[in-house]
Each structure stands twice: as structure tokens, then as C-alpha cells.
Design a binder for this molecule. Sequence first.
Ligand code: 1CP
Length: 344
Amino acid sequence: MTVSAPESVFLRACRRRPVPHAPVWYMRQAGRSLPEYQKARANMPMLKACATPDLITEITLQPVRRYHVDAAIFFSDIVVPLRAIGVGIDIKPGVGPVVDKPIRSATDIGQLRPLQPDDVPYVTQAVGNLISELGATPLIGFAGGPFTLAGYLIDGGPSKNFEVTRSMMFGQPDLWHDMMSRLADITTAFLQVQVEAGASAVQLFDSWAGSLSLDDYRTSVLPYSRRIFDALAAADVPRIHFGVGTGELLGVMGEAGADVVGVDWRVPLDEAVRRVEPGKALQGNLDPAVLLAPWDVIRPRALEVLRRGRTAEGHIFNLGHGVLPQTDPDMLTRLTELVHEAGQ
Ligand code: 1CP
């Protein structure tokens, strides 16, 4: 239940209620570009950090302290629930998630057992700590979408277009549907753990779903995303659905049942309004690379995102994807101030 911050600007915008200014937070705001993050993570492997409650708490709070953003994003990773059920997966520095042995057969898929809250006690504990530390600032819990998780498991690691994954989807539909069904249940359980511990909203990152055509997304992914969002409906927390390169999929990603649809930088928000059914808020969508340009370039671009965002029923300002590692944190401080001062 949302008891911690019912009136926050972020939650109001997600619910398409009037707000004094667009709320703002950044994907990948915790980590990578912050010097205090580098210090906290020194000599600590990524997945060990994700299983250490004090460190999770500290890293989650860092961008809130520095930027005064309107929401915190839980410090974890989309592969944490997979590792927690015993999948041999690690995060390699500078690479991303890599599995020991790609999951491609019925026997491999059989390893994907349901996730229990006891598998991730550090998540429950860290969310609890954060709720008391954050006060009025809402905490966003998150998980990986089923296509994106399947992509890492089947291809074996980061990939441009996840060809092995798509070939299983086309050529072995029974295996595919078994795997997606298991991943949807793991993702649902991971999100429920975070919500039950006090997270005020959830974001489903199906980051790489944009490599599918609309018809294939509809047949092979939508039923599972919908199952996840349906399972969370009773929790009454805003549900955000995001992917990269999903301009053609925005409508159907909305149909999956989220309250908020995340938009990358390729589709202007007023066009996204036309592609997504009524009754949804939008989140986005400044090109993260714009933040590498001088402030004179950033400012008008950000104001343009806000102007187009006003055509949506609710707008949460964000980047079109994660903060790039080389971003100057001071630009994010200035950008946050700009969004707050621009008003509605
Ligand atoms: O600040 C925050 O956003 C919270 C922390 C967070 C989140 C929301 C991390 C920490 N990971 C994620 C989600 C995540 N992980 C996504 C969805 C968001 C997105 O599209 O960016 C994805 C696709 C991953 C997988 C992943 N984990 C990658 C991408 C690899 C690829 O295919 O290109 C990488 C590089 C990681 C490692 C990771 N996760 C998080 C951090 C801070 C890091 C870097 C750690 C390191 O290099 O040691």
C-alpha cells in the first residue's frame, strides 16, 4: 500500500492528477556517473553490492541527495532475481549480464523455478530501510521485462538484436512460451517483494523489446507483460512500462496494462500521445546524449520535452534511456532545477 508518500508530485503525475511542475527522475541516476557511487562500489562486485542492504540503501539515496529528484530508483539489477534462484549469471564490468551457459533447452528452462521472498531477503530489508530514510520521496521498484530477461539468458549476454532469442521464439514456440511464463512469474514475484516492503511505484524495463515487430510482440511477449501488470493491479501502485526503440510498440505496450508508458528519445511526446491509448501518463524523453552538449543546447531541448509533455494526461520528465557514464553530474543538477522551475 502507498502510505509513505501519497501526495508526492511523482505519484500524482503517474495518476494523471494536477501537479505544480513535472516530476523528474533519471534512469540510471544511481550509479556510473557519480563519484560517490564509484567510491561506494570500489572493490565490490556489482551483484554483491546488490545483495548488501546498507550499500543498496546508500547508493539509492545518493542521487536523491545530490539532484533533489522527485523519486528514488531502487539500486539493484534486472538479473538479481535470476541469480537469486540459482541461475549462473554475473555482471561483468564494462559488459553487463553474462550467463555461464546459455539457457536453450527444455532442461535448461526447467532451472527457472519460482522466486520466493526468502530468496531476496536483502531486497526486503533495503526497501524497508529506504522507506524510513526517504520520507516524502517515493521509491520506484523495478524488474526486467520478460523479453529482455529471455534475451540475456538465451543469447548468453548483451547483444545488438538478440538473434538467438528471436530464433527460439520463431522456431521453438513451446520452449519459448514455457520460458516466458516462468520469467513472468519470477518478475511478478520480484516486483511484489518490493511493493510489499514499501515501494510506491514499479517500472518494468523491457529495454530490448524494440527488436521485435508489432505482430511478434503481440503474440510472443504481450501476454506475459499483461500477466505481470494484472498481478500487480491490486497493489494499487503506479506501474510504468519502458523499452528502447519501441516507437512502433508504444500502443501495445500501453495495452499491456501499465499506468505510465516510457518513451525513448526517438518519438516526440506529443506523437507518443497519439500512439498510446487515453488514460495513460507518459514518461521521458530527453536524448541522454544531449547532456554531453553545452547547457545552452540542453536548456531549450529540455523545455521542448516539457512543452510536448504537457499534451499528455500526465508527464514524468526523464531521459529517453539511462544516464551515460560520461555525463557531468552538475548538468543533471541544473536540469532538475530547470524542470522544477519551469512549472506546468
Ligand atoms: O539508477 C538506476 O537506474 C538503478 C539501478 C539499475 C537499474 C534500474 C541498474 C544498476 N540496472 C538497472 C536496470 C537494467 N539492467 C536494465 C534496464 C534499464 C536499461 O535499459 O538501462 C538493463 C538492460 C540491465 C542490464 C545491465 N546491467 C546492463 C546493460 C547491458 C547491455 O545489454 O547493454 C549493464 C551494463 C548492467 C550493469 C549495471 N546495472 C546497474 C549498474 C550501475 C551497472 C553497471 C555496473 C558495473 O559496470 O559494474
